[in-house]
Design a protein around this ligand. Sequence first.
Ligand code: CTP
Length: 406
Amino acid sequence: MDRSDKPRVVLGVSGGIAAYKACELLRRLTESGHDVRVVPTGSALRFVGEPTWAALSGNPVTTGVWEDVHEVPHVRIGQEADLVVVAPATADTLARAAHGLADDLLTNTLLTARCPVVFAPAMHTEMWEHPATTENVATLRRRGAVVIEPAVGRLTGKDTGKGRLPDPGEIFEVCRRLLARGSAPGRDLAGRHVVVSAGGTREPLDPVRFLGNRSSGRQGYALARTAVARGARVTLVAANTSLPDPAGADVVPVGTAVQLREAVLKAAEDADAVVMAAAVADFRPARYAQGKIKKREGREPEPVALVRNPDVLAELSAARPRPGQVVVGFAAETDDVLANGRAKLARKGCDLLVVNEVGEDRTFGAEENEAVVLGSDGSETPVPHGPKEDLADTVWDKVVHMLNAG
Ligand code: CTP
């Protein structure tokens, strides 16, 4: 591909220790066919030097507005960008961006860009939680920028808390989705709180065994990731998944259906939409053996008695803890897919039901799937075979439509 055909991404880097992780983000962006112009702040260069950014991007690197003035870089770089991503975004850079300052090339670029803008903040917890930062982030979000919530974990030094730069691979996913949606900013979930459940519950029989299912959580994670990219605050209730946390989502790990119910209902209290993508066990063993169940020579095993689990989707659909809340269910069916889906939609009382056909080698764990989204208004939207993110975006399109109509 000719360089001029490639989507243009500006990678803003500000002065935090996490600047070194932006090298990985840069590598992913260039390797996936983007023309990346790195615009570091002066202090970012104290952490990672200019030659590294230039070599990895294949483009010139400047921090100020006084180099190559004849090319008017302080205006051109922002105008030509298809996406600007600032990673890491320090408290200082967020403040300068929120106040519209233009004292270096990065802030000039942010003022001239009309494409989607993503900030991936990284700083100490105290700085992130300071009212000044909170207000700056709210201002940027109100204006349409995607500000990814920092991750929780080890910070510089010995302390831990909220403020880590999310995994570069996950920041890359946010960028990729925003670029895939074209220049029209896909931030139609800004200001909304959405809850997504993902994965499969495990119902313990004894300390080493459980009844489980084959759900990988990929569809739920795709829903969380796409909702972040569209500007939502996302709570992801994750049952037994082993996928990296989607950047910017608040992940609540759970094990059993009962734990999942508690986490989903709590998060749903102020949610605009709840999407139940998790495979929740309908039954659990009636009895939990405190010690490992042993085989006994010459004796048949005891049958496992089961009891019903609460139906979280049906409960939520009936309760609607917040007026106008949109509730979405998923149905995995093996036969009579559409007829069973319609019946299930009515039975559960949700607004939308995503029906897909499953089998041993279909859908579970795969990167792609196909489905039909059924609406309680009688609508039927087929989603052709494709990435789980495409299905996720179709679901959010419908959710946004319902929220805006309601
Ligand atoms: N679900 C739930 N709580 C349960 C079981 C399922 O909230 N105890 C939700 C799932 O998250 C999914 C939807 O209900 O969104 C459909 O689940 P599925 O297992 O396919 O449907 P069932 O109600 O189990 O119906 P059937 O057994 O007839 O397939």
